[in-house]
Write a protein that binds this ligand. Structure first.
Ligand code: NI
Length: 176
């Protein structure tokens, strides 16, 4: 397995529509494994392929707490097929928007259909933090970030700070 680079916003690659996976084969499984490793290394609970520069509809999720065994989910072509009327507010973060958090309102529970790593169709009934996380990751496949769900004032503030940080890092990385 290999750790991949995570793209940080603002970046046009995070705003594009990802392509469906035709079949979950060895190449897709390898990517799923690399994405999980990358996510764990970054202490994240979810990661979508566009965040590592691959425009395919693939996500990985693990919302287990530190004191629990790992519960990795690897999904291709995940699709919300049902959502609850009840909504839930959760303070979200994102590995592509490091150190920024905001309250986002989403359906409290969802049913998701997807292909697992054996290319089998499965459904997942998710509520609570798992529902939030899966919806957040599926958003990435459509070029949507959690900041797109909050006020433009707050969004612009976060994006500006990230832009500034990127400029600083570019200066520091440049040869003296
Ligand atoms: Ni994210």
């Amino acid at each position: 397995m290999a750790k991949l680079d995570i793209i940080v916003a603002p970046d046009p690659r995070l705003k594009r529509q990802a392509e469906p996976v035709k079949k979950v084969d060895d190449a897709v499984r390898r990517l799923m494994d690399d994405m999980l490793e990358t996510m764990y290394a970054a202490n994240g609970i979810g990661l979508a392929a566009p965040q590592v520069g691959v425009l395919k509809r693939i996500i990985v999720v693990d919302v287990a707490r530190d004191d629990e065994d790992r519960q990795p989910l690897q999904m291709a072509n995940p699709e919300v097929v049902w959502e609850s009327e009840d909504a839930r507010t959760y303070e979200e973060g994102c590995l592509s928007l490091p150190d920024h958090y905001a309250d986002v309102v989403r359906p409290e529970a969802v049913k998701v259909r997807y292909l697992d790593r054996e290319n089998e169709i499965r459904t997942l009934d998710a509520d609570d933090i798992l529902a939030t996380c899966v919806q957040h990751e599926i958003d990435h496949l459509d070029g949507v970030l959690f900041v797109d769900h909050i006020s433009s004032l707050k969004r612009n503030m976060i994006i500006k700070k990230l832009q500034k940080l990127k400029k600083q890092q570019a200066v520091e990385a440049a040869p003296a």
